[in-house]
Design a protein around this ligand. Structure first.
Ligand SMILES: Cc1ncc(COP(=O)(O)O)c(C=O)c1O
Length: 390
């Protein structure tokens, strides 16, 4: 029996592969510190858990509307308006609730990319964008960004990548894996280029927007003239420690596009889990203190990991401005693949090789782990790198 050719076009998610290897080693009794997964280690806030429990007790156990329950779509629109001050006045109809931001991105790509259409992706980039484009038979146009520019896309790089075949540009800020946040001026400059290409959709993945340190990440949602071709992606996974609820969304003012996504989702999952939708509604309409508490914990861990990384001679990195990853260049020792492999096998620290994100010189360390684990992991990493023998 065969599986489809389509499946062999895509890679397995490297972060999941490394996490699974770390877990298997742990199960076999090895003391592994895992810095491979991109999820908060905190508990989901209590009022959100309570809402989920109440949803179970109140029988939110039936199918719901494909695009999401009205109260949640309303809450999402209100949430975005509270951030970007009605620059684009979002309403519930602009929102499609999905089973995670990942699925929202998948829907968006499937809904607009035809075979042969080009999708521009600044690299390093999150592992799944390119694979989703391949599934839509689109052409991935990776644009290699530079360490010197914090791996942010420049207007000149963007302009050079755009062609009459470009259907979509995918941007992610705060960025996974680099931790970089585009400044308002940087975003302005990119938008100026995009204004010359009115047929191109802009997919802005803002899933880490609540997790920034010392900067307020500007949103594409500030640019009202882009409204018809803008797709904003977000969700509750990262800010509210709700990865397992699988709840995210896309927003767009383009009715035809939203309807296309609704049609697609109607044939896939019908709707996101109702219990998760009720929990997400509680998250977005409830206190944001829990988000700030978690952000402060990440901010402290970020300080810690940066101070420890600075003590490793030869390790090149930028202080992350957002998300919860450090993305050092390890080319002084070898490729990211070699370093990641030896870190796991010899130092018992699981990280994700940069090749998974299109940047083979680097490794990604997630600091969504306790301070104690960060200290242990960085100690082990320093030990291996300082005594590196080929
Ligand atoms: C950049 C980026 N976008 C989207 C997602 C998907 O998030 P969700 O859990 O909402 O599917 C992730 C998760 O790792 C991510 O890092």
């Amino acid at each position: 029996m065969q599986v489809s050719n389509r499946i062999f076009k895509i890679e397995a998610s490297q972060s999941l592969v490394m996490a699974a290897r770390a877990k298997a080693m742990k199960a076999a009794g090895v003391d592994v510190v895992s810095m491979s997964l991109g999820e908060p280690d905190m508990d989901t806030p209590e009022h959100v858990r309570r809402a989920a429990q109440e949803a179970v007790d109140n029988h939110w156990s039936h199918y719901g509307p494909v695009a999401g329950i009205p109260a949640l779509r309303e809450a999402v629109a209100g949430y975005q308006n509270s951030i970007t001050g009605n620059a684009i006045p979002w309403i519930a109809d602009d929102v499609l609730v999905s089973a995670g931001a990942k699925m929202a991105i998948y829907n968006a790509i499937q809904a607009v990319v035809n075979p042969g259409d080009e999708v521009v992706i600044p690299t390093p980039s999150w592992v799944s964008y390119s694979e989703m484009v391949k599934l839509a038979e689109g052409v991935v146009v990776p644009v290699q960004t530079d360490f010197e520019n914090r791996y942010c896309l420049t207007p000149a790089q963007l302009r050079a990548a755009l062609t009459p075949k470009t259907r979509m540009v995918i941007l992610c800020s705060p960025n996974n894996p680099t931790g970089s946040v585009y400044s308002g001026e940087e975003l302005d400059a990119l938008v100026n280029v995009l204004r010359d290409f009115p047929e191109v959709y802009i997919l802005s993945d803002e899933i880490y927007n609540e997790l920034a340190y010392g900067v307020v990440p500007p949103s594409f949602s500030h640019f009202s003239d882009l409204a018809e071709r803008l797709i904003i992606i977000n969700g509750v996974s990262k800010a509210y420690a709700m990865t397992g609820y699988r709840l995210g969304w896309l927003m767009s003012k383009n009715k035809a596009f939203v309807n296309a996504c609704i049609r697609l989702q109607g044939q896939q999952i019908t709707c996101a889990t109702m219990i998760a939708q009720k929990a997400a509604e509680a998250a977005l309409t409830g206190t944001k203190e829990c988000v700030e508490e978690m952000r402060q914990i990440f901010a402290k861990r970020r300080e810690l990991i940066c101070s420890l990384a600075q003590k490793i001679p030869g390790l090149k990195f930028h202080e992350p401005q957002g998300a919860f990853y450090l993305f050092p260049d390890v080319s002084a020792w070898g490729t990211g693949d070699e370093v990641a492999e030896r870190l796991l096998e010899e130092a018992h620290v699981a990280v994700v090789p940069g090749s998974a994100f299109g940047c083979p010189n680097c490794i990604r360390l997630s600091y969504a782990i306790s301070e104690e684990e960060i200290r242990t992991a960085m100690d082990r990493i320093a030990n291996l790198l300082n005594n590196w023998e080929k």
